[in-house]
Design a protein around this ligand. Structure first.
Ligand code: ATP
Ligand code: MG
Length: 271
């Protein structure tokens, strides 16, 4: 998948001009960048949810605009940054909606559909929530239900906009491990927006760093891309990059804030 010369706008606001990005086939691509730089906008353009003012997105070699909608939905699934479920819908029914692109007119719900839905719910740990209304769930449970719906779509390309938001740390790791499995075992192409730079470096086979103005500041393997200079330039955050003791990937440690002098009368504790 790749995008070339994209100009991305919302009515009056231009988010990016001449934006180009390559998503290597079968990669686990992670997009990082500060708030409002245009990550979600890029993902929407890649998923054909936003029509570029100029430029083109290519999917499997052909302009994405040349596919029928159902064909795009069979190849590519998008987890948006925020979604609203239809009022009163249950978890099972919402996840089942992921199967729509696979159903032909007049064709009945099949055992194949049933299996895909059950498997997607199992993978995200929401099987036991199947009969609960989505409205009644916690933020983290809801996030996993939406992810489950995208997985039920069984596409070889998954575009995930902050799939770990609302999740506790254990569930974050679980979801990222699941993505890594889909990437390694099934050869799926994963594109995820993440805010945790250290998770990004651990999981990405390809890292895309975006700057304000929808500018790609760097892309490549995390070990060559992630430097203290880049983080300072893109996020304005002074930091050190050390080696992750667990994986050997870059680990970003923000510089400690300079302490103010202790207020008069307080006792300084010395180790
Ligand atoms: N529907 C919209 N209409 C108008 N402007 C929008 C719309 N959605 C986003 N924007 C603007 O476009 C710019 C890029 O937004 P985008 O959502 O792509 O940022 P982001 O990098 O995903 O940020 P975050 O990390 O906060 O999710 C921002 O200035 C935002 O205010
Ligand atoms: Mg966003």
């Amino acid at each position: 998948m790749r995008a070339q010369g994209l100009t991305l706008c919302y009515e009056q606001r231009t988010v990016a001009t001449d934006l180009g990005v390559v998503i290597p086939d079968h990669s686990f691509t992670v997009i990082i960048g500060p708030n409002a730089c245009g990550k979600s906008t890029l993902l929407k353009a890649l998923a054909r949810m936003l029509k570029p003012k100029a430029g083109e997105v290519y999917l499997d070699g052909a302009p994405i605009g040349s596919y029928r909608s159902r064909e795009v939905a069979r190849r590519l699934g998008l987890l948006p940054q925020s979604s609203t479920a239809p009022g009163g819908i249950t978890v099972g029914d919402l996840v089942a909606r992921g199967r729509y692109p696979h159903q032909r007119m007049l064709r009945q719900w099949s055992a194949r559909d049933e299996d895909a839905v059950a498997e997607a719910m199992r993978q995200t740990g929401v099987l036991e929530l199947a009969d609960r209304p989505v409205d009644d769930l916690s933020g983290g449970q809801r996030q996993r239900v939406w992810l489950s719906m995208v997985l039920a779509q069984e596409t070889s390309v998954l575009l995930l906009d902050e799939p770990t938001t609302y999740l506790d740390i254990a569930h974050q790791v679980e979801v990222l491990n699941l993505c890594a499995d889909l990437h390694e075992r099934k050869g799926h192409t994963i594109v995820a927006v993440l805010h945790d730079l250290n998770q990004a470096c651990r999981y990405a086979s390809h890292l895309v760093v975006m700057k304000p103005g929808g500018v790609i500041a760097a892309e490549g393997h995390p070990s060559s891309v992630m430097t203290a200079e880049l983080v300072e330039d893109v996020f304005g955050l002074p930091c050190r990059i050390i080696e992750d003791p667990e994986t050997g990937t870059p680990l970003m440690v923000p510089t400690a804030r300079t302490r103010h002098h202790p207020a008069p009368g307080t006792v300084a504790h010395t180790p």
